[in-house]
Write a protein that binds this ligand. Sequence first.
Ligand SMILES: [Zn+2]
Length: 343
Amino acid sequence: MKRRVTRYNDRFGPSMSSGMTVLAIFLAAVVILSVYFACNAFPLRGSGDTAAEDLPEVAPPPPETEEMSLIPEELTARVNFSNADIAHGYLILVNKDHEYSFGGEDVVALYHNEDKSPSYGLATSDIACERSILPFLNEFLDAYSEASGDENVVINSGYRSFEAQQQILDDRIASDGEEEAYKYVALPGQSEHHTGLGMDIASWGENYNSAWLTENCWHFGFVQRYRADKVAITGISSEYWHYRYVGKPHAEIMMKENLCLEEYIELIRTYTYEKPYTFAAEDGTQYVIYSVRAVGSEEAETAVPVPKGAAYTVSGDNIDGFIVSAVWETSAAATETEGEETE
Ligand SMILES: [Zn+2]
């Protein structure tokens, strides 16, 4: 299996369009009610919800009913994923509590790479990134250099092997001492740079506009990973230069809800296929996002439910399961449109 999966299931054919119209109307009602219930059952929270904590204990909530499920069983497909893939994908959490599992990296060197945009430079000739994020990195830094006029933006560091991280740590300890070194340099195995998804972006020019990078990175699927206001959670000192690719729509949600990756993964892990997190992106795309825990050993496979007809992506969380994001509108609402557009 590939590290990231995007599949398009079979769509309903035009011959089913009249039956589908009735079903679509029924589903629309279910969706509206379900979203209403879901929004009220899971109000998004920032760092705390004191109002809820102050309330006295009340009777337990009513038992869950079938009607509250957002995606009905007849619109559900199940796709098997290897449990080993918990450790792979755009959303894997790598930190001191969740070490990176080496093996299967697919990184590409950027030096003398004709697919690399000329809009940014490389601090050293060994800079590399996860192969599939190169187009997004290009888009991000093309847009930056155009907006800022900065022609001297450079990538200082990208993918690092275990040995490379050990060398960086050893060098830092030698120059600054252990205490200072451990504040900024992760232990080998615990660095996000092992994923190839984390890039250190800086500039040697006078037009350096780090605020633009911070404010706009989410448009390209990146987040500023180690922010000053999240040090207590990430355990890493503020690193305004470190950007992590998480993909769409996750970067947009993290930005809008002010969540670092640790908080975002924790949030999404509370949502299930039956009651997914729903999100309307600024570009108008409707998403459902949910977590599926792996079942069985690392050699086993887990059947992951996905909405039929929807484009979806699956990533491991590097904890114990998978996170699925699916474009919801194509699965039910857009099916009818397709019927009308028969050639
Ligand atoms: Zn970094």
